[in-house]
Design a protein around this ligand. Structure first.
Ligand code: FMN
Length: 314
């Protein structure tokens, strides 16, 4: 008698959805690392990313700091670019002429007052944006980013203002530099945020020992790359255990192993930044295929079965 034929197992589900924002895989390009231009979107898509987050945009254009703005250190980079961007009007012009949008686009926004976020979102509503990410975590620019992102009341007001004007999901990106990251993530969630991106860079500094001079023109910058990964994993773990909206993990992911670790910590999706500088855009394919094989090897049907698995260990 012939042995019964085994039915081939379906490929594991890699898709990630947050309301109207749908990604075919959970690996996004993080904000800022490839600069401001949207021309790179087809290449990012072709390289296998599930979505792309833009550089952070403000209402008015900003020049940013003078050089040096980025310095390589062991395990990553310290940068203080100064949130340079062309401003909302020029960005929208660029966005509406975008010919192709092969993957979803997340627009990152920064400002100081809640009304500024409402205004930026309202302006962007008529453009092909799929999701907003509110940058409340840049560690090196006065009166924006982390300076507002460490006050739960400001986080709440800003999130409400963005949500009120938005028909798309809103992510709030938090900083590892706050004493109680769960309090800030909870303030965003209670104000209606659809997801939390954790984390931005960690405040850092590099000094030239021959001259005694801080290397970055702004002196203080933000650390990214593998050196921040364990801090970021801890942040994702803490937030996802207490806050009931999806967490997007970010910080030092350079391989599929890192991405899986973030998912075990509680991330539903991940963002990759500095690794693009190490490995080029091919890093996306490598990470997506690695996650797929890992799920297969562990007999898991979807990313969902992986998310937060580490929480069961007391
Ligand atoms: C050169 C550079 C520019 C960045 N610009 C932004 C930005 O405009 N907005 C933002 O939210 N994060 C920005 N980031 C932070 C990244 O999006 C990411 O949160 C951080 O680098 C940690 O991830 P990584 O270790 O994979 O790079 C920037 C990071 C780098 C290295």
């Amino acid at each position: 008698m012939k042995p019964p034929e085994e039915t081939p197992r379906a490929a594991p589900q890699l898709s990630f959805q947050l309301g109207s924002f749908k990604m075919k895989n959970p690996v996004m390009l993080a904000s800022g690392v490839v600069g401001v231009t949207l021309d790179i979107l087809p290449r990012v898509a072709g390289a296998g990313a599930g979505a792309m987050v833009t550089k952070s945009i403000s209402i008015e254009p900003r020049e940013g700091y003078r050089n040096p703005t980025v310095v390589e250190v062991e395990g990553g980079y310290v940068n203080a670019i100064g949130l340079s961007n062309p401003g909302l009007e020029a960005f929208v012009k660029d966005l509406v002429t975008l010919k192709e949008k092969p993957i979803p686009l997340v627009v990152s926004l920064f400002g100081s007052e809640p009304d500024e976020f409402g205004h930026m979102v309202s302006t962007l509503e008529s453009t092909p944006v799929d999701c907003y990410e509110i940058n409340l975590s840049c560690p090196h620019v006065e009166k924006v980013g982390l300076e507002v992102g460490q006050d739960p009341e400001a986080v709440s007001q800003i999130t409400k203002s963005a949500k009120k004007s938005s028909s798309r999901p809103v992510l709030v990106k938090v900083s590892p530099n706050i004493a109680d990251i769960v309090e800030i993530a909870s303030a965003a969630a209670d104000a209606g945020a659809d997801g939390i991106t954790a984390v931005n860079t960690a405040r850092a500094m590099v000094i030239d020992i021959e001259t005694g001079r801080p290397i970055l023109s702004n002196k203080v910058g933000g650390l990214s790359g593998p050196a921040v990964k364990p801090i970021a994993v801890r942040c994702v773990y803490d937030i996802s255990r207490k806050v009931d909206i999806p967490v997007i993990g970010c910080g030092g992911i350079t391989s599929w192993r890192d991405a899986v670790e973030f998912m075990l910590a509680g991330a539903s999706a991940v963002q990759v930044g500095s690794a693009v500088a190490y490995k080029g855009l091919d890093v996306f394919k490598e990470i997506v295929q690695g996650i797929q094989k890992y799920l297969d090897r562990h007999g898991l049907k979807s990313i969902g079965e992986l998310v937060g698995r580490s929480h069961s260990y007391q």
